[in-house]
Design a protein around this ligand. Structure first.
Ligand SMILES: Nc1ncnc2c1ncn2[C@@H]1O[C@H](COP(=O)(O)OP(=O)(O)OP(=O)(O)O)[C@@H](O)[C@H]1O
Ligand SMILES: [Mg+2]
Length: 251
C-alpha cells in the first residue's frame, strides 16, 4: 500500500505546488510515485505538462469502478504518474456529502491507486474544507510549507490544534520553511527560533526564495531537470533526504 504524503497549508501561495512537484520527482527515484493535483487551479498539472480535464470529472471518478485508475496519466519522468486536476474538484465537498462515510471519502477514492503505487504525493488546495479533512484522514505524512512570518506560524499552530482535536492521531505532521528570504531579519529570526527548538516539527533544511523555483513555470518541469546545481535544487534534495528518513520510520 502506498504511503500518502500531503503537501498542505491552509494558506495560499506558500510553495505547496512547487514543492509537491519537486518532491514527486525526487520520490520517483525511490519508488513508483503518483502525484495527485487535488487543487482545481491545476498548478502542478501545469508544471508536469498534463491536461487538466478529466472526462466525466469527479462524479465519474466516484461512481465508475476503475475510473480513478483510468484517468491517471504518465509524465515525461520515469516512475512518475499524475492524477491531474479537474475543474469539477471545486465541488468535492458536494460529492463527499453524498458518500456513506464522508470522513473516509478520499481514502476510498484513492484506494485502488494506493494498491498500485509506492507513494502518493498530494498537492492540496489552500483551504480547510471537509474534503481536505478527509484527505488528512487518509494521509500518512503531512508536509506543511511555511513562510517564516508571524502570521504563517500562527496559522500553523491553528492547523496543528485542529488536527489534534478533530482528526486521526496517527498522521505524522512535519513542516519546513519555504520561500525564505535571508535578507529579512524576521525570516532569519523565526527560522532559528523554530528550527533550534527541542522536538521541533520543522526540518532543518529551508527552501530559499529563489528565481530558479519561479522558472518552473517557464520550463514546466521539476527544478532538478533544468537547474540541477542551483542552491534551491540542492535545498530540495537535502530536504527530501530529511523527509525520506521520516518516511522510513512510518509503519
Ligand atoms: N522558493 C521559492 N522562491 C521564489 N518563488 C517561489 C518559491 N516557491 C514558490 N514560488 C513562487 O510563488 C508562487 C506560489 O507558489 P506555489 O504555486 O508553489 O504555491 P502554492 O502554495 O501552491 O499556491 P496556492 O495556494 O495558490 O496553490 C509561484 O509563482 C511560484 O513560482
Ligand atoms: Mg498550489
Amino acid at each position: 500500500m502506498a504511503k500518502i504524503i500531503a503537501v498542505y497549508n491552509i494558506k495560499g501561495g506558500v510553495g505547496k505546488s512547487s514543492s509537491a512537484v519537486n518532491f514527486a520527482y525526487l520520490c520517483a527515484q525511490k519508488g513508483k510515485t503518483l502525484l495527485w493535483d487535488m487543487d482545481p487551479q491545476g498548478a502542478s498539472s501545469f508544471y508536469l505538462k498534463s491536461k487538466t480535464d478529466i472526462k466525466g470529472g469527479l462524479k465519474a471518478m466516484v461512481k465508475e469502478k476503475g475510473r480513478v485508475v483510468a484517468v491517471v496519466k504518465s509524465t515525461a519522468y520515469e516512475n512518475l504518474d499524475i492524477l491531474p486536476a479537474d475543474y469539477s474538484y471545486r465541488q468535492m465537498d458536494i460529492e463527499l456529502h453524498k458518500a456513506r462515510s464522508p470522513k473516509q471519502f478520499i481514502g476510498k477514492l484513492l484506494k485502488p491507486l494506493a494498491k498500485a503505487y509506492d507513494y502518493i504525493i498530494v498537492d492540496c488546495p489552500p483551504n480547510l474544507t471537509q474534503s481536505t479533512e478527509s484527505l488528512l484522514n487518509a494521509t500518512d505524512l503531512l508536509l506543511i510549507p511555511t513562510i517564516p512570518t508571524v502570521l504563517s506560524i500562527r496559522t500553523l499552530k491553528q492547523l496543528r490544534e485542529h488536527i489534534r482535536k478533530e482528526l486521526k492521531t496517527t498522521i505524522k505532521v512535519r513542516a519546513f520553511f519555504s520561500m525564505m528570504d535571508r535578507r529579512k531579519k524576521m525570516h532569519d529570526e523565526i527560522y532559528h527560533e523554530y528550527c533550534e527548538k527541542k522536538n521541533t516539527i520543522f526540518f532543518k533544511t529551508l527552501i530559499p526564495y529563489a528565481s530558479a523555483v519561479e522558472k518552473m513555470g517557464l520550463h514546466q518541469a521539476p527544478l532538478a531537470t533544468f537547474e540541477r546545481s542551483s542552491p534551491a535544487n540542492k535545498a530540495y534534495v537535502a530536504l527530501w533526504e530529511e523527509i525520506d528518513k521520516v518516511l522510513g520510520k512510518l509503519k
